[in-house]
Design a protein around this ligand. Structure first.
Ligand code: MSP
Length: 498
């Protein structure tokens, strides 16, 4: 089966921070897990490089918009690589391949009768570069975000007939209740749709930094349509020798944060329908990572630099922490102290120690060879169905819940060591069979958990799988290992912090 997962494309006028990395890590966990199941996976991320704020930022710096976005695309590419995301392509909306395809899709929308010329009159915030709806106007006709007076603007634009899709959208979400996850986000989208959809500007005439409309090149595409289309256009040119569209469209999952729900759940499927294209299968709306009480953002200056965190704790620890500390889908606070504490107690102690001591015991008591024994029924009972449970949760993009399932068994194996006390069994020849069974169970349990943890902890699990003599990443059931293989001792996977 094919599996296509995307992140939002990141604005090319900012520097990457942990909030961006969060979407990229989430999509990566799903992509890696599906690859382990042998699915045909495509994972897309990239940068959103058009629009007024970018043109303005470039002007302030005295460089061209292209220079600005070249620089920031490099920074985002680095960020994605540093968190060990295995994206199959990195799209930039200034790619000629994207621009060309955007133009073709919008022509189709026009041919289908959903584009017309009109005059937009309304309140405009120059800092947001956005025309404001009645509901988005602050007291005294001000911008609620920037707290500056709004300007009364009139602009001749091409419009997209969003209003024509109110019913089709409503029907789609009622008939496919799982399409937007978590459920409460679907309800938000539905109530927005039911409150009435107005047509929206499809183009802007005051800007030149964007994708020109082919039939009216003085106008450029409104940046959101240009940006959303990346999910579709990338498939057409990501590979020189193959158009991947039929293989991967519609997308399996769009991963995004709640601030851009409206664009993804309303504008995007409507635009696709207008072009005669299939809407995405599902979208998962995650919450915000907060530091203190505030959303992390560059303008607020409370950014936790993912590069610094990785430098100190490694990418695995960052990936683990973000999905362990904050339940995926909810907002949640993160902190440096929180990182340190989870690193020590869960990664270094629960998992790292379990791995080191299990391997060390096999080494000491059985010369590094895993006994050929049978699974201990007590452990089998706990491990029974774990692969299906974790897979089922990850099919629903329940990243934190899946991790919790796995961690319950990490703790279970630690208790098993305490209960069975292999070091006592080792003292008495009469307990040799029992010790064989315990060591087999420990190594087998560790192997299953390491495979399941691989999407979360790609580096440390690779080391561990090597020490376990495992050469594939395929998920396996407890008890499927035959024993008899050699294992090696390892250095601590998560060294204590100094
Ligand atoms: N360019 C648009 C997306 C276009 S997609 C067709 C955009 N870019 S962004 O760079 O501002 O944000 C990218 C993603 O990162 C968004 O989903 C955004 O909400 C997410 N995050 C930014 N800060 C965040 C946190 N503090 N916490 C979690 N995610 C947040 O929006």
């Amino acid at each position: 089966m094919s599996f296509y997962v995307t992140t939002p494309i990141f604005y090319g006028n900012g520097e990457p921070h942990l909030g961006h990395a969060y979407s990229a890590m989430a999509a990566d966990i799903l992509a890696r897990h599906q690859r382990q199941r042998g699915e045909d996976v495509f994972y897309l991320t990239g940068t959103d490089e058009h629009g007024e704020p970018i043109a303005q930022a470039a002007e302030r710096e005295g460089i061209t918009p292209q220079q600005l976005v070249d620089r920031s695309a490099g920074q985002f590419r680095d960020m994605v690589a540093k968190v060990d995301a295995t994206n199959d392509f990195f799209i930039r909306t200034t790619d000629p391949g994207h621009i060309e395809r955007v133009q073709r899709v919008v022509e189709k929308v026009r041919e289908n009768g959903y584009v017309y010329k009109g005059t937009w009159t309304g309140w405009y915030c120059p800092r947001c570069a956005d025309f404001k709806n009645e509901s988005e106007i602050g007291p005294g006709d001000t911008c609620p975000i920037h707290e500056i007076p709004l300007e009364r603007e009139e602009e001749e634009n091409w419009f997209f007939e969003l209003s024509a899709f109110q019913e089709p959208l409503e029907k789609m979400y009622v008939q496919n209740p799982g399409m937007i996850q978590p459920d409460f986000r679907r309800n938000e989208a539905l109530s927005f749709i039911r409150s009435g959809l107005r047509d929206v500007s499809l183009s802007r005439s005051k800007l030149s930094w964007g994708v020109p409309l082919t039939w009216d090149p003085d106008q450029v595409m409104y940046v959101w349509f240009d940006a959303l289309l990346n999910y579709y256009t990338a498939l057409g040119y990501a590979r020189e020798d193959e158009d991947l569209t039929d293989r991967f469209w519609p997308a399996s999952w769009h991963i995004l944060a709640k601030d851009i729900l409206k664009f993804h759940a309303v504008y995007w499927p409507a635009f696709l329908m207008a072009a005669g294209l299939e809407p995405p299968q599902r979208m998962y709306i995650h919450g915000y990572l907060l530091m203190g009480e505030k959303k992390m953002s560059k303008s607020l200056g409370n950014v936790l630099d993912p590069f610094e965190v990785i430098e100190r704790f490694g990418a695995d620890a960052l990936r683990f922490y973000c999905f362990r500390e904050v339940s995926f889908g909810q907002d949640g606070s993160i902190s440096t102290a929180g990182f340190e504490s989870r690193y020590e107690t869960e990664l270094a102690n629960d998992f790292g120690n379990l791995a080191s001591r299990s391997l060390a015991m096999v080494s000491r008591y059985r010369d590094g060879v895993v006994p050929r024994s049978a699974p201990d029924p007590v452990l089998s009972a706990d491990f029974d169905g774990i692969v299906e449970r974790v897979s089922g949760l990850l099919d629903e993009a329940q990243i934190s819940q899946a991790l919790e399932e796995i961690w319950t068994l990490v703790r279970r194996l630690n208790r098993y060591v305490e209960e069975t006390q292999p070091w006592v069994l080792a003292k008495d020849e009469g307990d040799a069979d029992r010790l064989d069974r315990v060591l087999y169970g420990l190594i087998e349990g560790l192997r299953i958990l390491t495979l399941l943890l691989h999407p979360y902890l790609p580096n440390s699990t690779a080391t561990l799988l090597g020490a376990l003599g495992e050469d594939g990443l395929e998920l396996a059931d407890f008890g499927s290992g035959a024993g008899g293989g050699s294992v090696e001792k390892i250095e601590p996977l998560f060294p204590k912090l100094v």
